[in-house]
Design a protein around this ligand. Structure first.
Ligand code: ATR
Length: 274
């Protein structure tokens, strides 16, 4: 039977994963398909059973199922366990389901591809305290990066996350804006500025130091207001295309054993979104 992979989510039609994985499958001469599957929360268990019965070899998990899928899996890797979230499922030969989270490691790979590994001593500011912030923070910590500070609209959420990550601290948005120049890496992880979502900026980066790595994990639009403002103040900006492509490349590698081309894919997706 022809191999196939999938992404399950609700909504899923907007996902750029099928195009990316189809391209990589073809580029690497693998005769397989990658399908978007619209899975409503109330049908999650049936969808998983169906994927197994229909011979799916592995799938990506996107909003809103990243945490809800955990009870249906046989085991998960450390990153997924830390984050209570899975974005990649692999079906082992004996049929057991293994969950991974490649979002955080994908972020670190994208960071190092763009800026090299020279910023490991820099202070890091993470804006936001949701699932994405958590994954990125744990992956940066595992990769040996410097001190992490969280800032968030709801301070209690930043404090809760900080308590789970030893040696991290919190600032209010106003404090972070004032002290912005001390951070060498600033990472925007909220949904503020995302197309068809909320406009504006979660924090004004007007006090950013020139040369600071300012990263927004949003990629649609390619440049959020946060990123544009930071760039105008001399920061070195990066959007979320890198993280998206690298988390996908890590999934692809788990399924096929092949490390696909990420640089070409980033260029291709950027052109699509321009
Ligand atoms: P994800 O898993 O993508 O990180 P999430 O867990 O829902 O999504 O987290 C969303 C993050 O965006 C949170 O930090 C949230 O702030 P609160 O903790 O205060 O809710 C932040 N966020 C969402 N909408 C926001 C807005 N309009 N202004 C500021 N922050 C916002």
């Amino acid at each position: 039977m022809k191999k196939w992979f999938a992404v399950i989510g609700d909504p899923v039609a907007q996902s750029m994963s099928p195009g990316m994985h189809d391209y990589w499958l073809q580029e690497n001469g693998i005769d397989a398909a990658y399908l978007p599957i619209h899975a409503k929360s109330e049908n999650l268990q049936s969808v998983i059973t169906s994927l197994k019965l229909l011979g799916c070899s592995g799938w990506n998990v996107t909003v809103p199922h990243k945490s809800d899928i955990l009870p249906f899996l046989g085991s998960v890797d450390d990153a997924a366990a830390h984050m209570d979230a899975v974005n990649t499922v692999v079906i082992e030969e004996e049929g057991s389901l293994v969950g991974y989270n490649t979002d955080g490691i994908g972020f670190v790979r994208a960071l190092e591809e763009k800026y090299g590994k020279t910023r490991k001593e820099e202070e890091i500011l993470i804006i936001g305290a949701g699932g994405a912030a958590k994954g990125i923070a744990f992956a940066l910590r595992s990769a040996g990066y410097g001190p992490i500070t969280f800032t968030n609209r709801t301070m209690a959420n930043a404090e809760e996350l900080s308590e789970r990550l030893p040696n991290s601290t919190c600032l209010t948005i106003a404090e972070a804006e004032q002290q912005l120049s001390r951070f060498g890496i600033i990472i925007q992880t909220t949904s503020v500025g995302m197309a068809f979502s909320s406009e504006g900026m979660p924090l004004n980066p007007i006090n950013v130091s020139p040369g600071t790595a300012a990263i927004d994990i949003i990629y649609n639009p390619l440049e959020t207001e946060f990123l544009a403002t930071a760039r105008k103040k001399g920061a070195d900006p990066a959007n979320g295309i890198g993280m998206f492509v690298h988390q996908g490349a890590l999934s692809f590698e788990k399924w096929t054993g092949i490390r696909p081309d990420t640089v070409g894919m980033m260029e291709q997706l950027t052109q699509q979104l321009e």
